[in-house]
Design a protein around this ligand. Structure first.
Ligand SMILES: Nc1nc2c(c(=O)[nH]1)N[C@H]1C(S)=C(S)[C@@H](COP(=O)(O)O)O[C@H]1N2
Ligand SMILES: [Mo]
Length: 547
């Protein structure tokens, strides 16, 4: 380990360690406090949530492109790394330009507190964990850096102000077994302050911080709302969904299941911490350009005649060939009925749905009042909504991308107009309307899968919700289009499987597919990126066929 410089300055590395140890302890205690206050009040979560909201549109794009549904983990890791770099910097500052290191940490705590307290849905004590973290970080940094500095006695000795002789007992405790003057004290002046004490304290702070963070994060994983969810008993549907038709599920290894299990359903949202909404507190406010504003409670909602329907949900960020799509059996109350009760005024053309966490979606009023299965959903594949899929209540609207229709943790419906209100992603450059584009995807042969020459099967899924898919075609090496066999569709609101046999010949080949909708539209070859209103183009896959 580097020795103290002759000028008495601690090596930079040690100042960085001091900063990191102090911030680890601070962040850990912040998480512990958040466990008690509320998960979303965690300093890291609050800063992450704010970053998500202020991030430019391309950042969301590239985050999803780079990390897919692991984008949140990537963000947290990024914040943690940035915090550690800042921590090291604060340690260095505190050693070289005191008290600026302590000031920086304290300012961070205060900033975190303000951010946490001003998040949508923030609780009354949301500022507390960040303030705890800031205070702990500032004090521990001050203490740790002090341990790096030459002992006080050395400096005191240079200014020998004659002090009144202390009482023997006092002296004994103040300067234990150290002579006030003489050869020994001279020797001490050239010695570095105790590194052992510094490492012991820094190590203890870091370890305690990590332990507190682990306890805090694990303890905060929504135990209460999870229990509320487990206790929910969904009523029998007044109208059941059709059974999955025989022949909807082709028996082909590697082909996507026609019904997506909840645990495998893609998750996309801006919520770093899954919002916790107790059914006892849930209210849906229906208001705006309506004759009859009202509020709905959970019990009132469950007492209504609920209907079950199949709808395939798709994210606008889904690339051609991507997997941000899933199909489920949803249970809920028709929004058409709910809006009929509210009686929208004639000039209203949009419903702005709002989540408890501030996310909003703009859905054409027409899509919510026509005959499609646009519902206020409480059930997913026979279970209450999973917490990360919107428990207790979300919207599901066939035919529209999720960002303009599928509001999770929904608490507010404002009937309004597109020229009066703007939704979350529209303010970030995405289209104000998002009908789902006609798409098809190759699932097998799988990416990079080696194939043996001979009879093989090419299969995948195709979708254009609420329009429906009429056919799929496949071509090899830009040859003739071959019609694929469509499996039975559950409905026009769901995707459909397809397959086509192929006699594979040795060599590298390009497989492409395209769908045709029930309106006769052929899936366009023109490629478009996800922004601003959904990707387009043909999905293709190269395969190597061996003898
Ligand atoms: N509250 C809230 N609801 C939301 C979102 C969100 O960020 N917050 N994202 C929407 C988007 S972009 C999509 S694609 C769907 C995804 O729903 P899922 O996560 O249940 O698959 O939820 C929608 N509902
Ligand atoms: Mo989405």
């Amino acid at each position: 380990m580097a020795a103290n410089r002759s000028d008495g300055r601690a090596p930079a590395l040690l100042t960085w360690i001091a900063g990191v140890a102090a911030v680890l302890l601070a962040a850990g205690l912040g998480e512990l406090a958040a466990m008690v206050v509320s998960p979303s009040s965690s300093p890291v979560a609050a800063i992450g949530a704010a970053l998500i909201d202020v991030a430019p549109p391309w950042a969301k794009d590239s985050a999803i492109a780079l990390f897919g549904t692991a984008d949140k983990i990537a963000l947290v890791v990024g914040i943690a790394l940035a915090m550690l770099v800042l921590a090291a910097l604060a340690g260095w500052l505190q050693a070289r330009r005191p008290p600026w290191g302590v000031v920086v940490i304290a300012l961070f705590g205060i900033t975190g507190a303000i951010v946490a307290a001003t998040r949508p849905g923030a609780g009354a004590l949301a500022w507390l964990p960040s303030l705890v973290a800031g205070a702990v970080g500032a004090v521990s940094l001050w203490l740790l850096v002090r341990l790096l500095q030459p002992a006080r006695a050395d400096t005191a000795r240079t200014a020998p102000a004659p002090a009144p002789a202390p009482a023997p007992a006092e002296r004994a405790s103040a300067e234990p077994a150290t002579p006030v003057a003489g050869p020994t004290s001279d020797l001490r002046a050239t010695q570095p302050p105790s590194r052992r004490a510094f490492f012991a304290w820094a190590g203890a702070a870091a370890a305690a911080g990590i332990l507190a963070a682990v306890v805090g994060v694990r303890g905060a994983t929504s135990a209460t709302v999870a229990a509320v969810r487990r206790a929910v008993k969904l009523p029998q549907p007044a109208a059941a969904a059709s059974a999955v038709p025989a022949g909807a599920e082709l028996d082909i290894a590697g082909l996507t299941d026609v019904v997506t299990p909840n645990a495998q359903f893609y998750r996309i949202d801006t919520a770093l911490i899954v919002p916790e909404v107790d059914t006892a507190d849930w209210r849906l406010r229906v208001h705006g350009m309506v004759a009859n504003e009202f509020e709905l409670t959970w019990d009132e909602l469950l007492a209504l005649p609920l209907e079950e329907s199949w709808t395939t949900l798709t994210c606008v960020s889904n690339e051609v060939g991507g997997n941000l799509i899933g199909n489920a059996r949803w249970l809920g109350y028709p929004l058409r009925e709910l809006l009929a009760r509210a009686r929208p005024t004639a000039d209203a053309d949009m419903v702005l749905s709002r989540s408890i966490d501030g996310f909003t979606a703009s859905t054409p009023l027409e899509a919510l009042t026509d005959d499609r299965n646009a519902i206020l959903a409480v059930g997913m594949n026979g279970e209450p909504l999973p917490l990360e899929h919107g428990f207790p209540v979300r919207m599901v609207v066939p035919g529209l991308y999720g960002y303009v229709s599928a509001t999770k943790w929904v608490v507010d419906l404002e009937v309004t107009r597109f020229d009066r209100a703007t939704a979350y992603w529209t303010t970030r450059g995405w289209s104000e309307r998002g009908p789902i584009k006609l798409q098809s995807r190759i699932d097998v042969p799988r990416k990079g899968q080696g194939l043996k020459a001979g009879e093989v099967v090419i299969a995948g899924v195709a979708w254009q919700q609420h329009v429906g898919v009429e056919g799929v075609e496949v071509r090899i090496d830009e040859g003739e289009w071959m019609p694929a066999a469509l499996a039975a569709a559950i409905s026009d609101d769901t995707w459909v499987q397809w397959s086509v046999p192929w006699t594979a010949t040795p060599g590298d080949h390009v497989i492409q597919c395209r769908a045709t909708s029930t309106t006769g539209e052929v899936q366009t070859e023109d490629t478009a990126p996800p922004a601003p209103d959904g990707a387009s183009g043909w999905h293709w896959r190269t395969v190597s066929v061996f003898d």
